[in-house]
Design a protein around this ligand. Structure first.
Ligand SMILES: [Zn+2]
Length: 253
C-alpha cells in the first residue's frame, strides 16, 4: 500500500495545519490539502475520498478539487462519510451558498459528485481496499478509518482525544502495519486539548498503552506555533516506533 502525505501538520511549509493522505494515488483520506498538493493530472486520478469529519482543515480543498476538474472528461468524485458528516457537508459546504451543490451538477442524473453515506464499522470496498469507519472522540461526529488490502492494514484515527473503540478495533486487525494518529497540542495546553477533543504527547502516551500490536505509529496534527515543543515532548516519550509524518513523503507499507 502506497501512502503519500499531502498535508499533516503545521510549520513553515505549504499545507501547514491541513490534513490529507493519499493511498495508491487514487483514494484520499481527508481533503485538507488535495488540490494544493497535487498537479492537475494527479488530481484527476483521485476518484474517492474518505472524510473523517466536517472541520475545514480536513475538507477545505474539496470545493477546489471539484472545481478544477469539473470539465475534465470522465471526472467524477465519490465522497464517503458517516451520515452526520455527510449532512454537515450538504448543509454547510455544498449548500449553494458556500459552494455550488455539485451533487446536482451538471444535472441530477449524472452529477460529478456523489456523497455516499457509510455506517460505522460496516466494511466497504474501494479499488481493492476494504475500509471500515470507526467512531472516535472529537468535538463533532468523527471517524477514523481502517484500510486493508490483501497484505497490509493501516489504522488512521483522525482528530481525537482519548478514545476506546478505535484501539479495540485496531487491535483486532490482521496484518496491521501502521497506525496514524494525532498530537495537536503540547502538554502545557492539556486543558485546551481536552475541550477541543485532541491529544497532547502526555495523553498520546496513555492512548498508545491501549495499542497491543508492535507497529510503527506516525503522528500528524501538530499546531504550527507549537510544533517544536510537540516534537521535543514526543521524543521525550522514548517510544522507539513513534515518529511524526513527513509532509510530502511517500511511504510504502
Ligand atoms: Zn477536527
Amino acid at each position: 500500500m502506497k501512502l503519500k502525505v499531502l498535508g499533516c501538520y503545521g510549520g513553515n511549509i505549504p499545507g501547514h495545519g491541513m490534513t490529507s493522505l493519499l493511498l495508491n494515488d487514487t483514494l484520499a483520506l481527508d481533503a485538507g490539502w488535495v488540490s494544493e498538493a497535487l498537479s492537475l493530472k494527479e488530481q484527476v486520478r483521485v476518484k474517492d475520498i474518505l472524510i473523517s469529519h466536517s472541520h475545514l482543515d480536513h475538507t477545505c480543498t474539496l470545493p477546489f478539487l471539484i472545481d478544477n476538474n469539473f470539465s475534465a472528461p470522465g471526472f467524477s468524485l465519490r465522497i464517503y462519510a458517516i451520515p452526520e458528516v455527510v449532512a454537515s457537508m450538504r448543509n454547510h459546504l455544498f449548500n449553494n451558498h458556500t459552494w455550488p451543490d455539485f451533487t446536482c451538477l451538471p444535472n441530477d442524473l449524472t452529477p460529478v459528485l456523489k456523497l455516499v453515506e457509510i455506517q460505522p464499522e460496516e466494511p466497504f470496498v474501494i479499488n481493492g481496499l476494504t475500509i471500515r469507519a470507526v467512531k472516535v472522540s472529537h468535538i463533532v461526529p468523527t471517524t477514523g478509518f481502517i484500510v486493508e488490502d490483501k497484505k497490509v492494514s493501516l489504522g488512521f484515527s483522525s482528530d481525537t482525544g482519548p478514545t476506546e473503540r478505535f484501539w479495540e478495533v485496531v487491535n483486532g486487525v490482521k496484518n496491521l502495519k501502521v497506525v496514524i494518529t494525532e498530537t495537536s497540542f503540547p502538554n502545557e495546553l492539556q486543558d485546551l486539548a481536552n475541550v477541543s477533543g485532541h491529544l497532547t504527547p502526555a495523553t498520546l502516551d496513555m492512548e498508545l498503552k491501549k495499542l497491543k500490536k508492535d507497529v510503527p505509529v506516525y503522528l500528524y496534527g501538530g499546531k504550527p506555533k507549537h510544533l517544536d515543543t510537540i516534537k521535543r515532548q514526543v521524543k521525550a516519550l522514548k517510544r522507539k516506533r513513534l515518529q511524526l509524518l513527513v509532509q510530502g513523503k511517500t511511504y510504502n507499507f
